[in-house]
Design a protein around this ligand. Structure first.
Ligand code: SF4
Length: 350
């Protein structure tokens, strides 16, 4: 360990100033912070709070319900990445719908969806497109290929979200009292640091764009503690994040998608925080007008406190079901499903 890192660890461990509440808004950061035992290195005056950075955790139940309904329609198969399978809808999960006879298949890469759609032209395939700015270019590339192949039997049911708007909302909630944000590293690779520089100025609190190693995370936490009260953004992940980001990916996303309002679990509808297919690509959209209006409802499983965990109002361990009724083997709520979920991270790493 370098002398510099040791000094940072000592400073964070002995910090005795006013309480500092920092939120990480990236599920991978949440997992790495827990896996590296970083909270145990911090003074009790520095609190880390996991935010709404796990895409399947913030997906509302109405979206899962719509997928469960689609997989029971004639000659229709729902395709999804594995994480979404066990996320609860208002009545069942996709895994439950499949056990009940629904047609649901897990895919490991978007290319799998193209292959399946080409192999069975009489079947309609609906791909569950969930994610943040990081994943949106992947769906845009998929659509580019689907257009090129003139695939008429592939649709997307989108629940794509963007980060700056939800960060603003969480920062402005009275009960959260966030003093600084660890900005999402993977998302910033695509968007660049600009959105977070603007947010820092607007909100008057510091942001640190962090890498994923323990040293980078500790440096970012140290930076945020030192900058408390200042609207400054520091890019501490310069090897991957530039000011402007990946412009080719941004352009590709904007070719197929446009901003829209989006519903977030526990936070309701946040203006301009989503992406939907542009009108000219509606032929690839599995959602009709009615779906778009209705996919905002969010029914949380009985007793689950995900809505409060996602905005840092409570920690996972404060949910009465944590580790008893709700475990990674049998998740009761969305935050226990994915490795990026805060309840799952808390359960796995303590
Ligand atoms: Fe929901 Fe389970 Fe987390 Fe409780 S422990 S908030 S039930 S995911």
């Amino acid at each position: 360990m370098s002398d510099k890192l040791q000094k940072i660890i000592d400073a964070l461990g002995h910090y005795d100033g006013p309480l500092v509440r920092l939120m990480e808004v990236c599920g991978t950061h949440t997992g790495e912070i827990a896996r590296n035992g970083i909270p145990s290195l911090l003074s009790p005056q520095i609190r880390l709070i996991a935010g709404p950075g796990c895409p399947v955790c913030v997906t509302v139940s109405a979206y899962i319900d719509r997928l469960c309904a689609l997989c029971r329609e004639p000659r229709t198969t729902v395709l999804t990445f594995g994480d979404l399978m066990r996320v609860p809808g208002s009545r069942e999960s996709l895994a439950g719908a499949r056990a009940d006879g629904g047609s649901v298949e897990m895919v490991y890469a978007p290319a799998d969806t193209l292959r399946l759609a080409q192999e069975a032209p009489e079947q309609r395939f609906v791909f569950a497109a969930v994610g943040f700015e990081t994943t949106a270019p992947v769906y845009a590339e998929l659509l580019e290929e689907a257009v090129r192949l003139d695939l008429g039997n592939l649709r997307l049911l989108t629940s794509l979200k963007t980060m700056p708007q939800v960060i603003r909302q969480v920062a402005q909630m009275e009960e959260t009292q966030i003093d600084g944000f660890l900005a999402p590293g993977h998302v910033a690779v695509i968007t660049g640091s600009q959105p977070y520089e603007a947010l820092a100025r607007e909100l008057g609190i510091p942001f640190a764009i962090s890498g994923f190693g323990a040293a980078s995370l500790l440096m970012s936490i140290y930076t945020l503690v030192r900058l408390k009260g200042q609207g400054i953004c520091r890019n501490l992940y310069p090897e991957a994040v530039t000011t402007a980001g990946n412009q080719r990916a941004q352009e590709l996303v904007l070719r197929f998608f446009e901003p829209c309002d989006a519903a977030w679990r526990g936070m309701g509808v946040i203006g301009g925080s989503g992406l939907r297919l542009r009108d000219e690509f509606r032929g690839f959209d599995a959602a009709g007008q009615r779906d778009t209006e209705q996919m905002v409802e969010d029914v949380t499983p009985a007793g689950c406190k995900c809505a409060e965990v996602l905005i840092g109002r409570i920690s996972p361990g404060e949910c009465p079901l944590f580790g008893t009724v709700c475990t990674p083997g049998q998740p009761h709520g969305a935050c226990m499903v994915s490795e990026e979920g805060s309840c799952r991270s808390a359960y796995e790493y303590g």
